[in-house]
Write a protein that binds this ligand. Structure first.
Ligand code: GLN
Length: 543
């Protein structure tokens, strides 16, 4: 790609990590993006993941936490969720690229003969493809700044082609148009009572070996860093003193942008990118943060799922509760409840809750526990929200216990000869590939006036993101409706049932889609807001 193709105004920020993984590159990237956005710049963030999977769609949540889904149906890394929640913008497939995808394209081109007989190599072919992917967002001409977060840790074999690609990119687009931020860990040695900077120095050295001098260092630490420590790091790593920023643990991730602002991370970035320093407006953010930190009331909501020891598996749901709690001036005490442990004889975990959410999921593990929890919520008039598999389980529960179809089930985990109230659509029955074969991304849905869900959204037409294979089996719609479970949200094109409600219950809603993917800090999702409100009312009525 030639230089002319790059929109002159787009600046690129590259974020790398060193010393250890899980330092929170995503949060730092999102925080810097938030500050630049609040100064009037249009910003997007991209994540490059150095693993060979084409996308995280086929990854077990134990490996990388939740799989986040974008409007255009991309199954992506959970960091994209942070980007959207912080920036209140939509991301897309272009915002998440894996090594698998890079190689896939290069190999496809090789098979087509596009390399004209040349030897296809990591440098330049893989690195060129990485550069092309980074520039795709910039070339759209929509963004003043593109922040690219490189997954993994500097020094890993997998990360090398990425570091080389961004080194070249800086060379291609010029010093003033790009910026390197490196995030490291400064560990505390209890025995000597010291904060140690040597791992940071080594990590910067590893970057230098690859031809990259970072412009800004962000140091993760459990404790505040003294000026002396910051000076030392600046001197040894060849970084301006004001470009050494500390990032200490804070009670909520939503505070990180303000911590970064206080140290001038955004100002240093703008200076180094030769961008004018504009006024900042963070009013909405501050209002939200103030409500998160100073709730007037609290409610207890149970999240029933099978990954309870792994909160990252339900990241978007837990964040949605923070947003919806703030909007209700309440703190949501979220209790993770292991669905595999719930039985009709063991319901103690469900006692005292003001709301029960049954989580999305795949496979049969924990299903009976989810169904039991739904029965408990339904019979005890506790506000209930079922998401995706949670909605499907609510249909199974109702069919079994209200309609009396004792063998009601889903063909995902049971024999098709039973009453499969949840089933595949006919055209899906041929599919054998696991990756990318689900109903993914945004679909329209029409809500019935007068329903709880309509009341929550305040409008009839909505669009929400999906990630599932199985559907409400419409053959059972009539009998369910006659017995009190009503389909109140329908896809206007396919007629598929997207939302069910039990109007005789105080608040019982199941949605086939994933509302949690669209909740953001300054724009909490209406369904979560309504659910938390119902939980607050339940709490009041039961005091
Ligand atoms: N396993 C169910 C399906 O594929 C639900 C998926 C989900 O909860 N995301 O339809």
């Amino acid at each position: 790609m030639s230089l002319e193709n790059i929109k002159k105004e787009t600046k690129y920020i590259f974020v790398t990590g060193g010393v250890a993984s899980s330092l929170g590159k995503g949060i730092i990237s999102a925080s810097l993006a938030k500050l630049l956005q609040a100064r009037g710049y249009s910003v997007t963030i991209q994540k490059l993941d150095p693993y060979i999977n084409i996308d995280p769609g086929t990854l077990n949540p134990y490996e990388h936490g939740e799989c986040y889904v974008t409007d255009d149906g991309a199954e992506t890394d959970l960091d994209l969720g942070h980007y959207e929640r912080f920036l209140n913008i939509s991301t897309s497939q272009a915002n998440n690229v894996t090594t698998g995808r890079i190689y896939q394209r290069v190999i496809e081109r090789e098979r087509k003969g596009e390399f004209l007989g040349r030897t296809v190599q990591v440098v330049p072919h893989i690195t060129d493809e990485i550069k092309r992917r980074i520039r795709i967002l910039g070339n759209e001409g929509r963004y003043d700044i593109v922040i690219t977060e490189i997954g993994g840790t500097v020094g890993d074999i997998e990360s090398l082609p990425y570091i080389e690609a961004v080194r070249q990119l800086k060379y291609d687009i010029g010093q003033n148009n790009s910026l390197f931020i490196h995030l490291t860990l400064v560990p505390y040695m209890k025995a000597s009572g010291e904060l140690k900077t040597k791992p940071t120095q080594h990590s910067v050295k590893a970057l230098l070996e690859n031809g990259v001098q970072p412009d800004i260092l962000v140091l993760r630490s459990e404790f505040e860093l003294t000026d002396e420590v910051k000076h030392k790091v600046a001197l040894f790593c060849n970084i301006d003193r004001e470009a050494v920023i500390e990032s200490i643990d804070v009670p909520t991730i939503y505070e990180v942008p303000l911590r970064m602002l206080a140290q001038g991370l955004d100002v240093v970035a703008m200076q180094k990118l030769h961008l004018p320093i504009r006024e900042i407006n963070l009013d909405k953010w501050k209002l939200f943060l103030d409500r998160v930190k100073n709730p007037e009331t609290s409610v207890n909501i149970g999240l029933v799922g099978k990954y309870t020891e792994l909160p990252d598996a339900y990241k978007s749901i837990t964040e949605s509760f923070i947003h919806a709690g703030a909007s209700n001036k309440a703190r949501v005490n979220l209790k993770f409840i292991d669905s595999t442990k719930i039985t009709p004889e063991n319901l103690v975990e469900l006692e005292g809750l003001n709301g029960i959410l049954v989580a999305p999921g795949f496979g049969d593990r924990g299903i009976e526990g989810k169904i039991t929890a739904i029965k408990y919520a339904r019979e005890n008039n506790i506000p209930f929200l079922g998401i995706c598999l949670g909605m499907q389980c609510s249909v199974i529960e109702y069919s079994r216990n209200v309609l009396g179809l004792k063998d009601a089930t889903s063909s995902e985990f049971d024999s098709p000869s039973k009453n499969c109230v949840i089933d595949l659509m006919n055209e899906q029955k041929e599919i054998t590939n696991m990756g990318g074969t689900m109903r993914l991304g945004a679909y329209d849905c029409k809500l019935t006036k007068g329903s709880k869900i309509y009341e929550a959204y305040g409008k009839e037409e909505i669009s929400e993101r999906h990630r599932h294979r199985y559907e409400f089996n419409s053959e059972y719609r009539d009998i369910l409706e006659k017995n009190g479970m009503i389909a109140v949200g329908i896809n206007p094109n396919s007629e598929l049932v997207e939302v069910v409600e039990v109007p005789s219950h105080r608040w019982f809603v199941g949605v086939q889609y994933h509302p949690e993917y669209k909740s953001t800090a300054v724009n909490p999702h209406p369904l979560f807001v309504a659910f938390v409100k119902a939980a607050i009312e339940h709490d009041k009525d039961n005091k």
